[in-house]
Design a protein around this ligand. Structure first.
Ligand SMILES: Cc1ncc(COP(=O)(O)O)c(C=O)c1O
Length: 454
């Protein structure tokens, strides 16, 4: 056995993992990558249909990104950006993000992760309301089923019970509203538009019950990713934005997964005609080659930050690695690569094959729903297609499909009974075909395994 397997079990805590199962099974150790493929330490090759964690948008061997990191490391591996210090890649990256932003944004602040971008946004919501003298307007609304990260505030905003339980979360002042999952929560015969109206009416009632003067901001992913690729039902964002406007509530759009092309447009905000006050992005910002996230803020928010900073003498927020030059250089090159490689055109060209391919499994006995847009998609497994009854979680049927897919050389991600897919933006038609083919094989094997249990 590879000695590092034992060392891993002895030494390393795996995030978002079943720790007891992890101790038994040990790790899967990856050694290198090539295009949309990764290789493990036994030499097996896998097509990665989730781009790591929805993030390796340019695949695993983009030389320009490696060069950008190396060159910047050779020139200036680090310098702080506190107290007016700066570096060229960070300056250019901020300017580039404002240029490609989906609407008028005023300034950019950098962090190291999506979670930190969300925490920064939450702090800025409070800062903004204080600057306006609306000191009671502080509550934040997120949605059940959403995922915004795992730092204290981001995990609180996340609407998944496993991120709260045993951690004493959510913190006070963060509340959750309906999950707009049409498949799961629409009434029989209800149209998507009617379902959206119902979700937004519930939200409005919630706002009125809490007191609109206490509600500061609403956070939303354009498409809820980790919640199972929940594509918003028709008219959802239109109705949402009108209620938020009515009660003077900021809209923060979490583009950590959707940004840079994932939904078929450069931003998820463009796909769903959303006008954000702030935008968080990470993952595809650097194709995950180095950790970096950005928060883009409107001019109103920036002016409030300036006022606050004038009052206190300093804008008291930021991280040692905010504006890290090597991370910024890689992110800047990533944005250039999107243009050079026409990744958006590629996404638009391959997405129909991907979406149609996934949908062909709607007839499979294990499949209740197939959802998706652009290059993100999901397959929800159910025990009973008619009643939509799910499988007993202890069966871990999603993990079973994952295991069978691995044997055929495909990495997918099971989130409970939902299989999610988000391949790199550079994926080609024949690689999509391979993903679709292996999903079919893995579903069939899982069905046979399940039937054998009876
Ligand atoms: C929509 C969204 N927001 C925030 C995050 C948190 O990002 P990170 O894991 O980089 O902290 C994620 C991570 O998956 C995400 O999907």
């Amino acid at each position: 056995m590879n000695m590092n397997v034992e060392l891993d079990i002895k030494s390393y805590i795996h995030p978002q993992s079943d720790l007891t199962a992890q101790e038994k099974s040990g790790p899967m150790i990856m050694t290198h990558g090539e295009g949309v493929y990764v290789f493990d330490d036994k030499g097996y090759k896998y097509l990665d249909s989730v781009a790591g964690l929805w993030c390796v948008t340019l695949g695993y061997d983009n030389q320009a990104l490696k060069d950008a990191a190396t060159n910047q490391m050779n020139q200036l591996p680090y310098f702080q950006t506190f107290a007016n210090k700066s570096n060229n890649p960070t300056i250019e990256l901020a300017a580039k993000l404002l240029e490609v932003a989906p609407g008028p944004m005023s300034k950019v602040i950098f962090q190291n992760s999506g979670s930190e971008a969300i925490d920064t946004a939450i702090k800025l919501v409070w800062y903004y309301q204080n600057a306006r003298g609306k000191t009671a307007k502080k509550k934040i609304i997120g949605r059940h089923g959403s995922y915004h990260g795992t730092t204290v505030a981001a995990a609180s905003l996340t609407g998944l019970p496993t991120m709260h339980s045993q951690f004493d979360l959510p913190i006070e002042g963060i509340i959750h509203t309906d999950n707009p999952n049409y498949y799961r929560f629409a009434n029989v015969g209800e149209t998507e538009a009617d379902f959206s109206s119902r979700c937004i009416e519930n939200l409005e009632n919630q706002i009125l019950n809490e007191g609109p003067q206490t509600i500061a901001a609403f956070f939303a992913e354009p498409v809820m990713g980790t919640g199972g690729v929940i594509v918003p039902p028709k008219t959802y964002f239109e109705k949402l934005q009108s209620v938020l406007k009515k009660y003077d509530i900021l809209l923060v759009v979490d583009e950590v997964i959707c940004g840079f092309g994932r939904t078929g447009n450069y931003w998820g905000s463009q796909t769903y005609n959303i006008k954000p006050d702030m935008i968080t992005c990470a993952k595809g910002l650097s194709s995950a080659y180095l950790p970096i996230s950005a928060l883009l803020v409107s001019d109103d928010i920036y002016q409030a930050m300036k006022e606050g900073s004038d009052k206190v003498g300093i804008f008291g927020h930021g991280y040692t690695y905010s504006g890290h030059p090597a991370c910024a250089a890689v992110a800047l090159e990533t944005l250039k690569q999107y243009e050079k490689l026409n990744t958006l055109d590629n996404i638009k060209a391959v997405a129909p094959g991907f979406q149609n391919g996934l949908r062909q499994y709607l007839n499979h006995p294990l499949v209740g729903d197939v959802r998706g847009v652009g290059l993100m998609g999901s397959i929800e497994l159910v025990k009973d297609k008619k009643t939509k009854e799910g499988f007993d979680p202890s069966l871990m049927i999603g993990r079973k499909v994952e295991e069978f897919a691995l044997r055929y050389g495909l990495i997918l991600r099971a989130l409970g009974n939902i299989l999610v897919f988000a391949p790199p933006f550079i994926i080609k038609d024949h690689e999509i075909d391979k993903i679709i083919e292996i999903i079919g094989l893995a579903l069939d094997e899982t069905l046979a395994w399940h039937d054998n249990l009876a």
